[in-house]
Write a protein that binds this ligand. Structure first.
Ligand SMILES: N[C@@H](CCC(=O)N[C@@H](CS)C(=O)NCC(=O)O)C(=O)O
Length: 221
């Protein structure tokens, strides 16, 4: 039975959840066919009222798995006999470390820079409650955050040093082949490029080459 991946869609029916992009890339790596189903934010809340209330949610037969890291673990346990996703037990620990670094350091900074664009990309019925919740959480209006984004961008770029350094000596963060550590970071750029035209990186940033390499890998067979 084909797996189903529930995801957040924008008004143009494109998948925009960064967490779901990690799973899309994992499924691509493992050559697992799946059906993607896009929901609006309010649609997620209507459809999922149990243990899992955020996307990605993966349905595999009668199993429903939520949380991107747990989905990755599930795929690794059940569909990855060659250990490609994490690269073994030590690789899994490092992938968790990279994922935690991205979640704690990278995602929040990107979010503050593009949150107004995220708002604009959402379905109209999602926008008011998204704005109310996020302005309270972030302590500023979406417009003020947008106006300040060029000021915070240099600090964000500096924080990417560990990734820049990793890909100086190898094609992918996880080595000669892309793995979950790459997906954790690349998903941030997938998300930002889908919803926003704001350039997160300087044109001469070496990370652009890695992003392009990841894009080419994803576009390939
Ligand atoms: N920790 C979760 C985060 C997932 C998440 O926050 N997903 C957002 C979309 S990017 C969501 O589904 N939000 C629904 C809501 O807030 O109601 C994961 O790694 O999967």
């Amino acid at each position: 039975m084909t797996m189903v991946l529930y995801d957040l869609g924008d008004t143009a029916d494109r998948p925009i959840s960064p967490y779901s992009w990690r799973i899309r890339e994992s499924l691509h790596l493992l050559a697992i066919p799946f059906e993607g189903r896009l929901l609006s934010l309010t649609g997620i809340r209507k459809q999922f009222t149990g243990a899992n209330r955020t996307v990605p949610i993966l349905i595999d037969g009668d199993r429903e798995i939520g949380e991107s890291w747990q989905i990755a673990e599930y795929l690794s346990q059940h569909r990855d006999p060659e250990g490609q996703l994490f690269g073994g037990a030590g690789g899994k620990l490092l992938a968790a470390f990279v994922t935690d670094w991205v979640d704690a350091t990278v995602m929040g900074q990107v979010y503050r820079m593009i949150v107004k664009d995220v708002h604009d990309a959402l379905h109209p019925e999602d926008r008011d409650f998204f704005r109310a919740g996020q302005e309270k959480k972030l302590g500023a209006t979406l417009e003020d955050l947008e106006a300040a984004r060029e000021l915070v961008r240099p600090t964000f770029q500096t924080s990417l040093y560990p990734a820049r350094r990793a890909i100086k000596s190898r094609p992918y963060i996880t080595g000669d082949h892309p793995g979950f550590g790459d997906f954790a970071l690349h998903s941030t750029f997938q998300w930002s490029r889908k919803v926003s035209r704001f350039q997160l990186l300087r044109p001469d940033d070496r990370l652009n080459e890695w992003i392009q390499r990841m894009d080419d890998w994803l576009a390939g067979g």
